[in-house]
Design a protein around this ligand. Structure first.
Ligand SMILES: [Zn+2]
Length: 159
């Protein structure tokens, strides 16, 4: 897996820590072969750009059948603990897309249509966040991934 970290105005965030966690989270969710093809661009941005109540997002390609390059944007103003949880959350989405469990397709009306585990769920914007199965999964798995990362690297992470 190729990982690059982008930060326009370099602050205090340890990029090696972010990359290390990204590799760990991906390895918990994907096979070595799936990881081998993957390229992650992790962009650390100011809160203003992401918007209120949004710790991060990942770009899902609506035209690609087999997306292997992902751009993840994270709110760099978050404390490290929240930043790593947001990273874990977005990597859960990456795994959902790579395993084709979650897909977005552009309809004839140019709207994004969501597909989850082979089921067409309709226009993405019309599905409330709280009922989106990929979000329910990412919100629960981010906690599990973060906890196991801390457990496996006890004493090595500064939070
Ligand atoms: Zn999400």
């Amino acid at each position: 897996m190729k990982v690059s970290i982008l930060e326009r105005q370099r602050g205090m965030i340890d990029h090696a820590q972010i990359e290390h966690a990204a590799r760990y989270f991906a390895a918990q969710l994907l096979s070595a072969r799936m990881m081998g093809n993957l390229k992650l661009k992790i962009e650390l941005r100011g809160r203003g750009i992401l918007g209120k109540d949004n710790d991060g997002f990942v770009m899902v390609n609506m035209t690609s059948e087999a997306q292997t390059e992902f751009r993840i944007c994270l709110d760099k103003s978050l404390p490290m603990k929240a930043l790593l949880k947001a990273l874990a959350h977005e990597i859960v989405h990456v795994a959902q897309v790579v395993m084709k469990r979650y897909q977005l397709k552009k309809g004839a009306d140019s709207q994004a249509y969501a597909n989850w585990e082979g089921k067409q769920l309709g226009i993405l914007d019309k599905i409330p966040y709280a009922t989106r199965p990929w979000e329910i999964e990412a919100n629960s798995k981010q906690e599990v991934l973060f906890a196991s990362y801390c457990k496996d690297h006890r004493g090595q992470i500064r939070l």
